[in-house]
Design a protein around this ligand. Structure first.
Ligand SMILES: C[S@@+](CC[C@H](N)C(=O)[O-])C[C@H]1O[C@@H](n2cnc3c(N)ncnc32)[C@H](O)[C@@H]1O
Length: 281
């Protein structure tokens, strides 16, 4: 294809205006660009979209042919069954417009899946939020997207993780944890709790854990988030919740351990980010 393209450009007298880069799109640094128009391999949709919208290169728009289901997830709004972390993270920094569906029968040979064309346009202004922390926060919120936030943040593993991070990052840890609401020995019904006791004993006491858990619960209750599900929340609501956590010294960090396609996308782009000094994924 590269040869044909170069030959056609030469035949039309445009050869000196065409630079074909034949490299892995995920591993290669893009030159400065304005427009993307691409029929991409569907297997790299997530990391490629992440690289485009979270990269440092500012561009006008990307018109992409995507697998229909992936396009629906990008376009989904809170409350839609397809709404997930991918949509949340992309919508924070870009607008996505649906253009058209393309039937698999329009291709020869006929592929297994239908496609859709979308246009992604980076937002002129993005919210003032630490984007690494945002990604870690949405990973936590959407780890069980149909669970309530109260249930998600009650998980022992998550409480320990956040407590340790807050102790590292917080300006004055002692002030974060009040003496109220201590219920040491509380039974935790968290299925992820096993295997974290060592982690806890090495870094924090059961008492600290209980108090910190209570602090998390208070944040969730203060703005009526406890019974809400992440898949129904707008980005404004999620940003508000993150700021409430930060206000009481609770911070999130990015583990970049992929356990599904979206996490893999974020991790791939994060790896790219760290190599290329991108500000965030
Ligand atoms: C859906 S086809 C589109 C081909 C052509 N652009 C077209 O529209 O007919 C996707 C193309 O991307 C190439 N490809 C796959 N993975 C890639 C990657 N990581 N970086 C760059 N190109 C890749 C494939 O070899 C394939 O030629």
């Amino acid at each position: 294809m590269v040869e044909i393209l170069n030959r056609r450009a030469a035949d039309s007298g445009f050869h000196d205006r065409l630079n074909v880069i034949s490299k892995d799109a995920l591993k290669t640094e893009f030159p400065q660009f304005d427009l993307v128009v691409a029929n991409i391999p569907y297997g790299i949709s997530s990391p490629l979209v992440a690289k485009l919208v979270y990269g440092t290169k500012s561009f006008r728009s990307a018109t992409l042919l995507l697998q229909k289901e992936f396009a629906r997830r990008l376009l989904a709004s809170p409350g839609d069954s397809e709404f997930n972390r991918l949509a949340v993270n992309v919508k924070l920094v870009a607008d996505v417009e649906f253009v058209m569906d393309v039937s698999k029968r329009d291709f020869l040979p006929c592929p297994k899946v239908d496609s859709s064309v979308v246009i992604i346009r980076p937002k002129a202004e993005i919210p003032d939020v630490n984007l690494d922390e945002w990604r870690a926060f949405t990973r936590t919120c959407f780890s069980k997207k149909n669970k309530t936030l109260g249930a998600t943040f009650k998980q022992k593993k998550k409480v320990i993780e956040l407590l340790r991070l807050s102790k590292q990052k917080g300006p004055n840890t002692e002030n974060f944890v009040s003496d109220d609401g201590c219920h040491s020995g509380e039974d935790d019904d968290d299925e992820e709790a096993s295997g974290v006791d060592d982690l806890c004993s090495s870094s924090c006491s059961e008492m600290e854990m209980s108090l910190f858990k209570e602090k998390i619960t208070q944040v969730l209750k203060s703005a009526a988030f406890e019974d809400k599900r992440p898949c129904k929340l707008s980005n404004e609501e999620l940003l508000h919740l993150l700021s409430l956590f930060n206000q009481v010294g609770i911070y999130f960090h990015d583990k970049t351990v992929p356990n599904n396609a979206d996490d893999a996308a974020a991790a791939a782009a994060a790896a790219y980010s760290s190599q290329q000094q991108f500000p965030f994924v």
